[in-house]
Design a protein around this ligand. Structure first.
Ligand code: ACO
Length: 311
């Protein structure tokens, strides 16, 4: 790739032009997008598991319907994102194989177990809340298909965030035991939710280049701080305590200071050694194997139809 080519590409980015699938682009730009969109798609798909497990145990018909719709949305987001990645020259089969082989990353958050009904509240509120904070920025990503996919995804995520917060609100207005369940869920999900934004800016391998290419519009730390500032008042409204004794409002910067994140835990989970990593990947493999007959039947049906049309 010549200096000239790279400079011309950067000029398009700087002029806020959207890059489309058939446009020339540096190999690194393509690779970064395949990596990020692929990981993002896997996160949506693996993200169906902790909540899918609670659909049959939700406490009322209304709760079952809302949770079912949410989990189906996540599946839809995954498919959207696989399609966006495919515009860059990778296939869904390749991405799926990498996930099943334990080679592809997906968000660390989904390697934590969902132990109680209150976790459905905490996941919707915090995990989808963190996801939106990150994805609203991605609506302005320089790569057209990714940016456009994010618009619908964000609209749906905001429903997910509200359904989660409403579960928390109901529990917090309920019995003492219900409020304790809500607090316990917040205690377990707060720090993993903060880790979703990735390593501190200084330790983030890809941030600088991704910001230059306007794939990322805000740094990991900037989005994490925005999330904390938006979420702490929501916890206060619920009457819950954020499990960070060092959390403190800083008047000067107009935001919160927070305690240290356990990065050893973060990297352990990212590298495959969290509580649920093995089980999550195994569940995806099982779903793939158990669905083989559906794929075969759909293919046979399509071939029959094509033969009929040709005859
Ligand atoms: N979980 C797992 N891996 C992570 C996480 C995390 N929370 N945060 C960072 N990493 C990985 C990166 O993927 C990268 O790994 P790689 O080099 O093997 O690909 C490595 O840690 C270094 O991190 P960064 O240099 O900061 O990586 P990047 O610039 O890609 O930033 C981020 C990470 C913010 C997650 C970015 O990829 C992103 O915005 N992705 C799209 C959003 C997304 O995937 N959301 C998923 C959760 S939300 C949901 O699905 C409901």
């Amino acid at each position: 790739e010549t200096e000239e080519f790279l400079a011309a590409f950067q000029a398009r980015i700087d002029a806020e032009e959207k890059i489309e699938p058939t446009d020339p682009m540096p190999q690194g730009y393509r690779r970064t997008l395949i990596r990020q969109i692929g990981q993002h798609a896997h996160s949506e798909i693996v993200g169906m598991l902790p909540e899918g497990n609670w659909i049959t145990r939700a406490p009322s018909l209304k709760r079952i319907l809302a949770l079912l719709a949410k989990v189906q949305d996540e599946g839809g987001h995954g498919l959207y994102l696989y399609s966006a990645a495919e515009t860059l020259g990778v296939t869904r089969e390749q991405m799926t194989e990498e996930l099943h082989a334990g080679k592809a990353k997906y968000s660390s958050i989904f390697n934590y177990p969902a132990l109680s009904w209150a976790d459905m509240g905490a996941i919707g509120w915090l995990v989808d809340g963190a996801a939106i904070m990150n994805q609203v920025a991605l609506c302005r990503c320089s790569y057209g298909p990714y940016a456009r996919a994010m618009i619908r995804v964000c609209a749906e995520e905001s429903f997910h965030q509200r359904q989660g917060y409403e579960i928390m609100l109901t529990l917090c207005n309920g019995t003492k035991e219900q409020k304790e369940m809500a607090q316990d869920a917040l205690n377990r999900f707060w720090w993993p939710a903060l880790m979703m934004f990735g390593p501190h800016d200084g330790d983030s391998a890809h941030s600088e280049q991704s910001m230059k290419w306007k794939i990322k519009r805000f740094s990991n730390d900037a989005l994490r701080e925005k999330f904390i500032n938006a979420t702490v008042p929501q916890a206060e409204f619920l009457g819950l305590t954020v499990p960070d004794p060092d959390l403190e409002w800083n008047e000067e910067k107009g935001g919160y200071e927070h305690g240290d994140i356990n990065w050893d835990e973060f990297w352990r989970v990212v590298k495959g050694d969290g509580v649920m990593n093995r089980e999550r990947v195994q569940m995806r493999k099982d779903a793939w194997d158990n669905g083989a007959w559906v794929r075969e039947a759909a293919l046979a049906h399509a071939q029959k139809r094509a033969a009929k049309i040709a005859a």
